[in-house]
Design a protein around this ligand. Structure first.
Ligand code: C5P
Length: 251
């Protein structure tokens, strides 16, 4: 692992509020990144690219490195298919799974139940079901759409939602008990890539985010260790260290 600036690493409970998005198509490379940035991140996010390349081996290998694993597979299908696929995710031992809230309450509930069934069969804790509200790459999230999707998530028994930092105030009003996961995290004046509603880590935390998803701001940097230290070392981590309990208690 490259040399780390120890003054700027994150405390273990803070790391569980920081997810690194491993958006690469090779498990060896993903593990290399995961090891490099472990001093800041406690959650590894496996998206469509890595999961398509490596499947459930990605979950096992990242857990071996000490991460909680977030499968960002954004399920959206008929309820039976979602239930059966979620059962597999529950049995594999992932910690989080995303489903599209636009799939509606019945589909989301099938996912929540599938996760619980799969986990019970394997003797594991059920992963937290996260409902994706409106993608952060979309310019706008009309309040009515957001409200409707959050209601689906609550009625279905999801443990949390994924939303943009700009949606957090509204989300906390409608669903204060849901864990909020916020992608589109960038340094001040950083490249937003295809994210239309980006936020700095500090702004997202101040707005009430429980889990921040950080991808290219770190993984595409020429020196990702330095980028992680700079991006996350600027957080007032000590002050916020106690506020991540929602994550450990959520489903
Ligand atoms: O590189 P970047 O920080 O933009 O990565 C964001 C990650 O979060 C990507 O893996 C993307 O798929 C995911 N994501 C998102 N917006 C959502 C849900 C997930 O950007 N609403």
């Amino acid at each position: 692992m490259p040399e780390t600036d120890q003054r700027k690493t994150a405390a273990p409970d803070v790391r569980n509020r920081l997810a690194i998005a491993l958006d690469v198509d090779d498990l060896v490379e993903a593990i290399r990144i995961a090891k490099d940035v472990r001093p800041w991140f406690g959650v590894a996010k496996v998206g469509l690219e890595l999961f398509t390349a490596a499947g459930s081996d990605a979950v096992v290998e990242l857990q071996r490195v000490g991460y909680r694993v977030f499968l960002d597979l954004k399920f959206h299908d008929i309820p039976t298919t979602v239930r059966k696929a979620a059962r597999v995710v529950g049995a594999v031992g992932a910690n989080y799974l995303t489903l599209h809230a636009s799939g509606g309450t019945t589909m989301l509930r099938a996912g929540v139940e599938g996760l619980a069934e799969g986990a019970a069969n394997a003797g594991l804790e059920p992963p937290t079901a996260l409902a994706v509200t409106v993608l952060t790459s979309e310019e706008t999230a009309p309040d009515a759409v957001l409200t409707n999707r959050m209601k689906h998530a609550m009625e279905a028994g999801c443990g949390g939602i994924v939303c943009a930092a700009t949606d957090l105030a509204h989300a906390k009003q409608i669903a204060p008990r849901l864990t909020t996961v916020v992608p589109g995290i960038r340094p001040p004046h950083g490249d937003n890539h295809d994210q239309a509603r980006a936020s700095t880590p500090d702004a997202a935390l101040q707005a009430g985010a429980d889990l921040l998803v950080v991808g290219r701001a770190v993984t595409s940097a020429p020196d990702r260790v330095a980028a992680a230290a700079e991006l996350l070392g600027s957080l007032n981590l000590e002050r916020r260290a106690g506020s991540g309990d929602a994550l450990s208690s959520s489903r």
